[in-house]
Design a protein around this ligand. Structure first.
Ligand code: BES
Ligand code: MN
Ligand code: ZN
Length: 455
């Protein structure tokens, strides 16, 4: 996307509040659109001043961009800031909404949507923010990478191709992408991860992405990488299974965040880790009742093979914690259906062992307009994970399900400051929300970018 600041008049978008509206046949309700062909301009309603927020602006602009999608328009120009947002927030919000609303996943459509919008013009008064817009546009490239990886189906994205995509998108930006296969996974002691992976014909891949451009202890990002989750022998229903290509949403986010961080050349040390595999049924698959050993020596009583993500993460976070000694470890995972029950598709659920670490993640999420809600890490809930025969069970049952899932992972993080983000609701939408369409959102690419930037 090109940004200009010379107040061009081509396809001028005029923002209008109801109070200021002087037009007939146009009420200036938020998101209302009226092209005035004779003037070559488009009126865009922002509703009542007292109801105005940044989200109102973003949603109105996103609606406009979708309205323009099938028109032959490559350039639009926005009128000067007449809102109570500061100038920087105003133009960042417009650009984010414009770019996000331009995303269309049509990989599997014979007839491709043709997105023509390539240039956004702003009033000259906004020219000091050009660099901020370029930065945001790079971050959104990372978010789009995450969305593509999550939207692609499991016949195209499996451990090998996910690893290849990480390599192809990150290597040229100065990220060292290391890809380990079965033998190395076992040599590295990632035995619990391998137990989940072994039922599939697709070889698991352990993907380590290092971006080392700073001086301090690294930030470690770990993403759940189930390229398909059928549930294993604790099998899912067909309906519950259908969208489980999206069960690598956490890895999509960390790969996208690495792209955002590296393309903006942040001076930080960040390592991202993905344990990529499929959870399927076969004569080699792990079974309910199996007791398996994790990298840290603990035994895991497999209560339910569909609680597989936390088992893969157990070894992945343990590797990140012991090999990199990070001062903050964030894991992101489409981990539980329970988080959808608690927080819908609107809030990510968080569990932490360190309130100061959580505060940093929370701040980064607020700077990103991405919602996170902290769940209580109450010691009592940990008893739900107790096992008769092993050190821990992989399912704590129905009660406090998103919390016990996080607490399971906590057993393997070696007391590193840690924040767990359950994105099962927010990574993949069953219906449009805000400026996002149905499907993958790339949620928290922005949060992780802002976290790394302030690290
Ligand atoms: N990948 C699922 C969680 C999920 C559910 C993500 C719905 C997105 C939408 C996870 O592996 C899973 O199956 N979790 C189980 C855990 C249970 C067996 C303790 C669940 O939530 O039902
Ligand atoms: Mn599962
Ligand atoms: Zn899963």
């Amino acid at each position: 996307m090109n940004f200009n600041f010379n107040d061009q008049k081509e396809n001028k978008i005029n923002f209008i509040f109801e109070e200021d509206n002087k037009h007939n046949f146009f009420k200036a309700k938020s998101g209302e659109i009226l092209p005035v062909e004779a003037e070559g301009e488009i009126l865009l309603g922002l509703g009542k001043k007292e109801d105005f927020t940044k989200d109102v602006l973003k949603e109105a602009v996103a609606k406009l961009i979708r309205f323009l999608a099938d028109k032959d328009i490559s350039t639009i120009s926005f009128s000067a800031n007449n809102t109570d947002l500061d100038d920087k927030d105003f133009c960042l919000a417009i650009v984010e909404a414009s770019i996000v609303a331009s995303y269309k996943f049509d990989h599997y459509k014979s007839e491709k949507a043709c997105q023509k919008l390539s240039e956004i013009n702003f009033d000259e008064s906004l020219s000091p923010y050009k660099a901020d817009l370029e930065e945001l546009s790079n971050v959104l490239e990372g978010q789009f990478l995450a969305r593509d990886l999550v939207n692609l189906r499991s016949n195209d994205i499996y451990p090998e191709t996910l690893a290849q995509a990480a390599h192809d998108n990150l290597s040229d930006l100065g990220v060292d992408v290391k890809i380990y296969g079965k033998d190395e996974i076992l040599d590295m002691g990632l035995t619990a991860f391998y137990e989940v992976a072994k039922g599939s014909d697709k070889e698991p891949k352990f993907i380590v992405m290092e971006y080392l451009k700073g001086d301090n202890e690294p930030l470690a990002l770990v993403g759940k990488g189930l390229t398909y989750d059928a549930g294993g022998y604790s099998i899912k229903t067909s309906a519950g299974m259908k969208t489980m290509n999206s069960d690598m949403g956490g890895s999509g986010t960390v790969i996208g965040a690495m792209k955002a961080i590296a393309s903006n050349k942040l001076k930080v040390n960040v390592v991202a880790i993905v344990a990529a595999c499929e959870n399927l049924i076969s004569g080699r698959a792990y079974k309910p009742g199996d007791i398996i050993k994790a990298r840290n020596g603990m035994t895991i009583d497999v209560d339910n093979t569909d609680a597989e993500g936390r088992i893969t993460l157990a070894d992945a976070v343990n590797y990140a914690a012991t090999e990199y000694k990070p001062s903050l470890l964030v894991d992101l995972a489409t981990l539980t259906g329970a988080v959808l029950v608690a927080l819908g598709e609107t809030y990510t659920g968080a569990v932490t062992n360190d309130d100061a670490a959580f505060a940093k993640v929370k701040k980064a999420s607020e700077d990103s307009d991405e919602k996170i809600w902290q769940l209580p890490n109450d010691p009592f809930f940990k008893t739900y994970n107790n096992s008769e025969n092993g050190d821990v069970k992989n399912s704590g049952g129905r009660m406090a399900g998103s919390i016990t899932a996080g607490q399971f992972i906590e057993n393997f993080i070696e007391e590193v400051p840690w924040v767990h983000l359950d994105i099962a609701g927010t990574a993949y939408l069953s219906a449009p929300q805000g400026i996002n369409e149905t499907g993958a959102t790339g949620v928290h690419v922005k949060t992780l970018y802002n976290l790394a930037k302030n690290y």
